[in-house]
Design a protein around this ligand. Structure first.
Ligand code: GLU
Length: 620
């Protein structure tokens, strides 16, 4: 969600800033802007819409070797050019970009207005520029004087301004009078500094830095960094010193480019076989009939001692948690529950030290999931990350966990990350189940079958069945109902989410047995109902639900196991290759991903960047 880029060095800043913004586009945004220092003045450009629109507004030979840039995902104030960042102070000599929310905005704005500040935007972020200026220029009112030693000091002015804020921020600040530095600070919104040769970069995530450098410093919450061309200095907000922890970014598989695919979403759907192999390889051990997840660092004794498992996520990650919880409870015989992070963190959860929690997030930056992690840790609980982005906030806050190794996922609508989260949770299920209840024979069968899944996914994607007929069913539907039981109930929820977010088609997902307790009232002649009913122990129960829908005139689309005669009940039937009951979600989800993609395409939607959505949701 939203992105920040900064540069200071010897090259023209504008092209580097624009390229950085492009690489952050996948996070989701509604407007963009940049400021560069040009001959002692700040040159600022802002545009509503795409980074490409902003790029057209910036002269190709724009001078300036220092600058900051931003993609905004509006929280306070509409999507307008005036509200786009950077925001300037009244003198126009201080520029600020901000990611996050200033929670005490109303009070600060009122006080600044009383001191004579005239606001030019409706944002919370503009406050920061005026507060910094207040200290930097010594603009004080009444008895509230500014200490003289702050005046003219860019770093201390930012520090003083931040001490007045409540809320979350990743910020970058530049001063027309200081061509030698950019000040950055983080509290709840990610920032990473890239160290180059005589140049230094700043970005919201490391992905944007990869073309320039692999040496990075992840800022921690409560830190302030001063970037110069020669490097970076960091301190705590209270001035305490911190040692610089330089990381070398590992080579990741996948390249974050679209290649020959028209959209990232389609590319990522087709990357699933390889992504699954990356996740499973070296971790599943059929000879020992188990799996090994080094990052968890749990001894067999600790595994046996786990009394409860909690899986926490938002959106698609939550759906992966639903699958994981079902598998863990049924196979490892440990009570397991999936939790929606934004609910969990605010319900004063009782945390038992023998429980094990997993925080599941593709980006590793999801604000609510990170909030839940902090709540669990505060209460003495154990929590591990299940994330894709190496070095992300959740990975670092948890210290231990599993990387899902999906490779960069650029489309806002998650596909391959869902599959890899599910696969990672299956690996843990196997490890836990083998330490407790599962015999070697069943363990080996589970491990071998999991290893077969990438090839089955490949087989399905090579011949995906009548997806176009499915698309025609939903295009002008008033509502689409998704039904499934057990593991397939989570797949139904994921299918509905995909179709809503990519194609904006209203969808409702329900466990099939619940249908008659409400949603059945929606059914009329022709209502599309998408049923996920692979050959499993619940299939015959779902078969009855299909009959109930048909009896009321609904049109049935069925995702089923190839060769199953249940297909006779469907208007459109999509077979997927047969696998063990446990792994059906990794196959049945595929046609639903393709449905969302193709329906979005047919309706002319912005597939990779659906309206109002952001890839990594870094605000609550
Ligand atoms: N709250 C700020 C605004 O609405 C920043 C939003 C963002 O993180 O992009 O402008």
């Amino acid at each position: 969600m939203c992105g920040i880029i900064g540069y200071i060095g010897t090259r023209p800043a504008a092209p580097i800033l624009l390229e950085g913004l492009r690489r952050l586009e996948y996070r989701g945004y509604d407007s963009a802007g940049l400021a560069v220092l040009d001959g002692g003045e700040l040159a600022v450009r802002r545009r509503v819409g795409r980074v490409a629109d902003l790029a057209r507004a910036v002269p190709e030979d724009q001078p300036g070797r220092l600058g900051i840039a931003h993609t905004r995902w509006a929280t306070h104030g509409g999507v307008t050019e005036a509200n786009a960042h950077p925001h300037l102070d009244a003198s126009g000599r201080i520029a600020v970009v901000h990611n996050g929310i200033v929670e005490n905005m109303a009070r600060l704005r009122e006080r600044l207005a009383a001191e004579g500040v005239r606001f030019r935007s409706e944002t919370d972020s503009e406050i920061i520029a005026h507060l910094v200026a207040r200290y930097y220029f010594g603009l004080a009112a009444g008895s509230d004087t500014v200490p003289p030693d702050l005046q003219g000091d860019p770093v201390e002015s930012v520090r003083a301004a931040l001490s007045r804020l409540r809320g979350t921020w990743g910020i970058a600040v530049m001063f027309a009078d200081h061509p030698d530095l950019v000040v950055a600070a983080r509290n709840g919104s990610p920032l990473v500094v890239g160290l180059g040769d005589g140049e230094t970069f700043l970005a919201s995530d490391a992905h944007a830095l990869v073309p320039y450098t692999r040496r990075v410093v992840f800022l921690q919450d409560g830190e302030l960094a001063v970037l110069g061309a020669a490097g970076v200095r960091t301190t705590r907000l209270d001035g305490a010193s911190v040692s610089l922890d330089v990381h070398e970014l590992e080579e990741d598989w996948g390249d974050g480019e679209r290649g020959d695919f028209p959209h990232f979403m389609l590319k990522e759907i087709h990357e699933q076989p390889e992504a699954l192999r990356q996740c499973i390889s070296g971790r599943v051990q059929p000879e020992q009939a188990t799996a090994k997840l080094g990052g968890l660092d749990l001894s067999p004794r600790e595994l046996v001692g786990i009394t409860r498992v909690g899986l926490i996520g938002c959106g698609t990650a939550y759906h992966a948690c639903l699958v994981g919880a079902t598998a863990i409870e049924q196979l490892a015989r440990v009570p397991a529950r999936a939790e929606i992070a934004s609910e969990f963190r605010h319900q004063n959860p009782s945390i038992d030290p023998d429980s094990l929690y997993f925080a599941v997030s593709q980006s590793g930056e999801t604000a609510d999931t990170l909030g839940a992690v902090k709540e669990i840790r505060l209460k003495g609980g154990r929590v591990m990350g299940v994330v894709n982005v190496v070095g992300s906030s959740i990975a670092r806050e948890c210290g231990r966990g599993v990387y899902i190794h999906s490779g960069p996922e650029m489309a806002v609508a998650s596909t391959k990350a869902f599959s890899n989260m599910v696969a990672a949770l299956y690996l843990f299920t196997l490890q836990l189940a083998r330490a407790r209840t599962l015999g070697p024979h069943e363990g080996r069968r589970f491990a071998e079958e999991l290893q077969r899944v990438p090839a089955l996914v490949e087989e399905y994607l090579a011949a995906p069945g009548p997806i176009d007929a499915l698309v025609r069913m939903v295009l002008d539907a008033r509502v689409v109902l998704f039904l499934g039981r057990g593991l397939s109930s989570a797949v139904a929820a994921e299918g509905a989410l995909k179709l809503m977010e990519v194609a904006y088609v209203p969808c409702i997902a329900y466990p099939a047995g619940e249908m008659k307790h409400g949603p059945i009232a929606l059914l009329e002649e022709g209502t599309p109902v998408i049923v996920i009913a692979p050959r499993d122990h619940l299939r015959d129960k779902t078969r009855s639900n299909i009959q109930e829908c048909r009896a009321r005139g609904a049109r049935i689309a069925l995702i089923h196991t190839a060769g199953d005669d249940i297909a006779e009940l469907a208007d459109v039937a999509i077979p997927v290759p047969e696998t063990s009951e446990w792994f059906t979600p990794l196959l049945t989800v595929l046609p639903l991903q393709l449905l969302a993609y193709k329906a979005g395409l047919a309706l002319g939607r912005d597939i990779d960047r659906p309206r109002n959505l952001a890839k990594s949701v870094t605000v609550e």
